[in-house]
Structures are given as C-alpha cells and as structure tokens.
Design a protein around this ligand. Structure first.
Ligand code: G3P
Length: 216
C-alpha cells in the first residue's frame, strides 16, 4: 500500500520525504487555506518536493468551471492530479478530463455506489473519506471494503485512496482491506513507526549494555 501525506505544509512534507516513505501528497482547500499561501505557489513547491502524485482541488461547482480550473492546475506540474468533488457535474468533468489525459481524484466519496460511478467516469483515484463516515455513526471501513471489492470484481483501474484517516488503526485496516493508498496527516504518519514496547526494548538493551561496557 502506498502512503501519501494529507497536508499542504511543506515542513511536514520535507520531514516525510527525508524518511523516504512518502509516495505522494493530497491537499484540499481547507489544508491549503491553513497555510495562508498563494494556491499555485504552494502546490508548485509541494510538486517540486515529491516525485509522486500531488492532488490539488478545484473550487468551481459547475462542469465547465471545474474543467477550466483542472486544465489550469494540471499545467503547473507533471505530477499533479486534479481533485474533483463527487457530484454529477464533477462526473461529467472527470469523463472529459480523462479523455484529455488529465488525471483526476474524485473526492468526497462516501458510498460504494459513488465509487462505482467515479470509476466508470474514468477517475485515476477515488477518495472515500473514512473518518467522516465514522463521524456520522456509520462504518468507514465497511464502505472501503465494499469499494475495493467492487473494483476487484469488475477490474476497474481506478485506485482506491483511503482518505480522512484519523489514527494508525485506520491505516492498518485500510492495508488489510487492500486499499491502494492511504493518505494520512503528518501526526498519524509519525505515529505509524512508534510502539511503546520498541522504546522500552531499546532502553533495556542499552541499560544491559552499559553493565558490560568494560568487556567490549
Ligand atoms: O484530504 C481529505 C481528507 O483526508 C480530509 O480529512 O480529517 O478533514 O475528514 P478530515
């Protein structure tokens, strides 16, 4: 499973890239707004930091506006994937952009039916928002599992990008279900490597080693 960072913060991306474990980046209007930077400048810098796909989202709500923005955004760097919201107008845009060779990430997906339509429209990525499904008392992982199963059954090439991942347990579940990608906030990314027993183990090894230091 590939791991993407879900952030528009370049310091976080620098740290993740330095670990050699970041396969791509996803952003959304909320994450970019948090950085208080010009949209284009922010996305271009992120694209220069990672080799993999970088998702940047349109804000138009009509098909023609989405297509116009998508063409503009995709011209900023080779590795951009344009995020299009999962609405009927968006699906028309995805179909036309796919025909033009522009890669899309259908975002704000909350059901297997929506994911089916995104794949039929030709989306490159489909992003179910796991945490937000959990937030309303439903089961995000069940939806993820249904999407993976539908895509496998019909051989869709659209990649399943599990988003709105709030904690390491989400990442583990997504990997077990067979999501192609999990996009995670930096905090969750940092948590993935940690385990209290690893820390205790290292401490104990070093304490024992100190006791025999004169022998080495
Ligand atoms: O990038 C979209 C997604 O990951 C948002 O997550 O935590 O705002 O639901 P969250």
């Amino acid at each position: 499973m590939q791991i993407f960072l879900d952030t528009a913060n370049v310091d976080e991306i620098h740290q993740g890239v330095a670990m050699g474990l970041v396969d791509g980046v996803t952003t959304n209007p909320t994450l970019v707004a948090r950085e208080k930077r010009k949209f284009r400048e922010c996305i271009e810098e992120i694209c220069s930091l990672v080799d993999g796909p970088v998702s940047a989202e349109v804000t138009a709500t009509d098909t023609e506006g989405m297509i116009r923005e998508a063409r503009e955004i995709s011209s900023w760097a080779e590795n951009i994937v344009v995020k299009i919201p999962m609405v009927p107008e968006g699906l028309v845009a995805v179909r036309r952009l796919t025909e033009e060779g522009i890669r899309t990430n259908v975002t704000l997906v909350f059901s297997a039916n929506q994911a089916l339509l995104a794949a039929k429209a030709g989306a490159y990525f489909c992003s179910p928002f796991i945490g937000r499904i959990d937030d309303i008392g439903e089961d995000g992982m069940e939806v993820l599992s249904e999407i993976v199963s539908v895509y496998d059954t019909y051989g869709f090439e659209t990649q399943v990008l599990a988003a709105s991942m709030r904690h390491p347990h989400h990442v583990r579940e997504a990997a077990l279900i067979g999501a192609d990608i999990a996009t995670v906030p930096f905090k969750v990314f940092a948590q993935l490597a940690r385990h209290p027993l690893t820390d205790v183990g290292i401490k104990r090894f070093l304490e024992d080693w100190e006791k025999v230091e004169d022998l080495v």
